[in-house]
Ligand binder design. Structure first.
Ligand code: 6PG
Length: 237
């Protein structure tokens, strides 16, 4: 596991954007395309803004989502809406290059099955993303893999609906099966409120969702800021 500790969230966004672009260019050279699953929440928005200045062949970049909330794509809580506003629209990304969870479908299982089919078009086996971006909640959840929820033990599906009692709502998430099959996984975690959980996940041994992200033959990198890394032992910032 690689650890990159930056002074401020802006530095974290810049360093993560540089890594995003490096992986993207490498993927496009090696395979002619770059497949990335974006994370939700607020942290990645800083990264998306940094990417607007990048010189990438965006026509060869294919965007998926690591998770989604049970809301329509035009609602503020939608992870798709956040990425669309900060990244897709400013870069004029073609609709054909964006694969969102179709949360407008009738039931949570319909949404999950539809995304499973979408992923199968990417690969008949378990898709191997070039990059999966992840955040982490202060409870140690990542994507929409929350402590104590059924999706943690999903081993066959790549995309699943997950009832989250803590939220009293459905969520949609990639499973560890596909997350741990990725070539690269970047965690982006900033803020004092995450410091205790960052220490637990990186230095502890508790059974926490974010600790189960261990790419089988891929690279795992944590991008932290000074605040979220403040409880880690021997980290010089
Ligand atoms: C979501 C996410 C979730 C998020 C963390 C951190 O849909 O909310 O995918 O896993 O990454 O909750 O969120 P922040 O970046 O907003 O702290």
């Amino acid at each position: 596991m690689n650890l990159v500790v930056c002074k401020e969230p802006d530095d974290l966004a810049s360093r993560a954007a540089a890594e995003f672009v490096r992986i993207a260019k490498e993927s496009i050279v090696e395979r002619g395309a770059f497949t990335v699953a974006l994370s939700g929440g607020s942290t990645p928005i800083l990264l998306y803004k940094r990417l607007l200045d990048s010189s990438l062949d965006w026509g060869r970049v294919f965007f998926y989502f690591g998770d989604e909330r049970n809301v329509l794509p035009d609602e503020d809580a939608s992870n798709f809406k956040g990425a669309n506003k900060a990244l897709f629209r400013p870069l004029r990304i073609r609709e054909d290059n964006i694969f969102r969870w179709r949360t407008e479908l009738e039931t949570p299982d319909d949404v999950a099955e539809d995304y499973e089919q979408t992923l199968q078009k990417l690969s008949p086996d378990v898709p191997r993303f070039d990059l999966i971006l992840l955040g982490m909640g202060s409870d140690g959840h990542t994507a929409s893999l929350f402590p104590g929820t059924d999706a943690l033990s999903e081993t066959t599906r790549c995309a699943t609906a997950n009832w989250v009692p803590q939220l009293g709502s459905w969520r949609f998430t990639l499973s560890y099966t596909v997350i741990n099959n990725s070539r690269n996984v970047l965690f982006l975690v900033a803020g004092e409120d995450k410091a205790e959980m960052v220490k637990e996940v990186i230095e502890g041994d508790a059974d926490l969702p974010a600790r189960s992200v261990r790419p089988v033959s891929g690279k795992l990198t944590w991008f932290l800021d000074r605040a979220s890394a403040s409880d880690l032992a021997d980290v010089n910032i």
